[in-house]
Design a protein around this ligand. Sequence first.
Ligand SMILES: *Cc1c(COP(=O)(O)O)cnc(C)c1O
Length: 231
Amino acid sequence: MATMFEAWQDVLRRIDEAVVSIQRPRDSVRLLAVSKTFPAESVRALYGHGQHAFGENYVQEFIAKREALADLDGIEWHFIGPLQSNKTRSVAEGADWVHAIDRLKIAERLSAQRPDACGELNVCLQVNVSGETSKSGVAPDGVAALAAEVAALPRLKLRGLMCIPEPTDDKRKLSSQFALLRKLQQGLNDLGYQLDTLSMGMSADLDIAIAEGATLVRIGTAIFGQRTAAH
Ligand SMILES: *Cc1c(COP(=O)(O)O)cnc(C)c1O
């Protein structure tokens, strides 16, 4: 079995190949290592190899891991899970990024609770690109309105859009859902926003996401291995 280090290197290679094949600059896609359900020691080990950006989904687990790893200089924490309004404070205080903003109330709380000393909190709006009713995310036709509201909040910095496409092996469907996110982002930038982040692509579809313009891929399984049930 491959070690975590080898798996991480494989992912970096996959990113590189995808980026090169569409002739984008090598540094135009960042890897976010999604460490949810895996122990702080795995994060520490990967950090030691040079991976500095990590993603977490669950507030309690995020707090615990962040504390356990507080000695790691320059580690960057991305909160990528859905966020309930009564749990925003520790994320506002401890995260560098939040990816799954899909309503104003959450954004308002994060902005109000963000300590001045931390600088702006980078945020992405999660968009429901598949139209599945069970999916979180703002509907495509609501993106412009939410972007305007979030961009006006003082301690948040709107960086871009994020999506989780429909779970399917149909590459054309995945491509078209990623392309929709890119189109929405382009539409905002045409209105004068300066969004630089398209957070899309996971272990199974990072190549397709990069081909459609991803700038940040969120990879768990392909680095850390299978998660156990319930996650
Ligand atoms: C768990 C998770 C990931 C990582 O998914 P893998 O398929 O394990 O790479 C990415 N993004 C979000 C929002 C997640 O919840």
